[in-house]
Design a protein around this ligand. Structure first.
Ligand code: TRP
Length: 367
């Protein structure tokens, strides 16, 4: 088996999340925090967000009536798939519950530097498309600020001030490599640190939380180091770390190539075909065997998608789990439940994306 490798640019091997929290020095989310998130999105309630930095301080600041905010970004190198939604659904859920501002930087520069064949024009085009997908999630236009690095060039002055504080040896220590394929890529971490501190540059000094997949934590560590330097003196950002959404085949991360993913633009027919054909099953080989032994919900991808994203009701999820594990529910029937849920979600989403075109101006920050 390939060795585990997790950094913002590579995820390889089977991912040991326990080990990662130790390696990165983050804290597992304790029950006392989960308790406060019981009415939030399933991603927050069911342990998919499993680790944090200072989120207890964020909650406390909110409780004391102080300003808090959420910041999480999107690297737009392609059309979005359901795995890409994870941090944004959480941002929306936190906005709904805590009434806070949400900042969404679009790092078109990042993807442009990293992807050899991505042209400048394409990266701008994907940004525009992805922004509509994000607005379609239903963020509050009065409290949501979206900006694109190539368009909201004001961000550069913050990135410049940050970049001067990042030495190559710091970058190497934090990322495990210097992102050195070209100098744009080397500079990019300063940009992402500027994104993460932007809520404080834009508004006032306050605590912001960054919901992200755990591979992005090195950026947070870097930003926290810089925030606390004397002459910047901003609040260290908090973080909430997610596990990856598995691909249909059951690989740790839904990656952008291959057949293991569902795009937000897929129609019902495509969703049905993909899930029936590719979704890794925890069921038994034959119906008789399945009735006898039951299925394994731990490895079954359809069940994981229901748990992470598509079955809101805890009771219904529990019922599906019990029935599948006892063999009462067959793999085909479990898949049918998921197909129904995803198709309904996507149909709605695609409609809201069309409507988002009219509202886009309300969300975009101007230079
Ligand atoms: N680098 C992130 C990704 O590839 C996207 C991103 C850009 C981001 N700016 C950010 C994430 C700020 C969190 C905070 O997915």
């Amino acid at each position: 088996m390939t060795k585990m490798k997790v950094n913002p640019w590579e995820v390889e091997g089977s991912v040991d999340y326990e080990k990662l929290t130790k390696k990165f020095g983050t804290t597992k989310i304790p029950d006392s925090i989960y308790k406060e998130l019981q009415d939030c999105h399933p991603l927050l309630r069911r342990g998919i967000y499993f680790s944090h930095r200072d989120f207890d301080k964020w909650l406390k600041a909110h409780e004391e009536g102080k300003k808090v905010s959420v910041i999480t970004g999107r690297g737009p190198s392609e059309k979005m798939h359901i795995g890409h939604l994870v941090p944004f659904l959480v941002a929306k859920s936190l906005q709904d519950k805590f009434g806070c501002d949400v900042y969404i930087p679009i790092s078109d520069d990042e993807k442009f530097f990293i992807k050899k064949n991505l042209t400048f024009e394409e990266s701008i085009k994907y940004s525009e498309d992805n922004i509509l997908d994000l607005i379609a999630l239903g963020f509050d236009p009065k409290k949501t600020f979206i900006f694109e690095d190539f368009v909201y060039t004001d961000i550069y002055k913050y990135a410049a001030q940050i970049s001067k504080r990042i030495t190559y040896s710091m970058a190497k220590a934090i990322f495990g490599l210097t992102p050195e394929k070209n100098i744009g890529w080397s500079f990019y971490p300063a940009m992402q640190a500027a994104h993460i501190l932007f809520p404080q540059f834009h508004s006032k000094k306050h605590i912001s939380v960054v919901p992200v997949a755990i591979d992005q934590d090195p950026f947070i560590r870097l930003t926290r180091d810089i925030a606390s330097q004397k002459d910047i003196a901003l609040t260290k950002p908090a973080a909430l770390h997610a596990k990856f959404l598995p691909s249909l085949h059951g690989e740790a991360k839904m990656s952008s190539s291959g057949t293991g993913l569902i795009f937000l633009s897929d129609d019902a027919k495509t969703v049905k075909k993909k899930i029936n054909k590719y979704a890794f099953s925890g069921g038994q080989k034959t119906t008789e065997e399945h009735r006898e032994k039951g299925g394994n919900t731990e490895v079954d991808v359809s069940f994981q998608y229901l748990r992470m994203l598509f079955e809101e009701s805890d009771e219904k999820l529990e019922e599906i789990k019990t029935k599948y594990e006892s063999g009462e529910l067959l793999t085909g029937e479990l898949k049918a439940i998921l197909i129904e849920k995803i198709s309904a979600f996507l149909k709605d989403h695609q409609k809201r994306k069309q409507e988002a075109k009219k509202n886009i101006d309300k969300f975009i920050l101007k230079n």
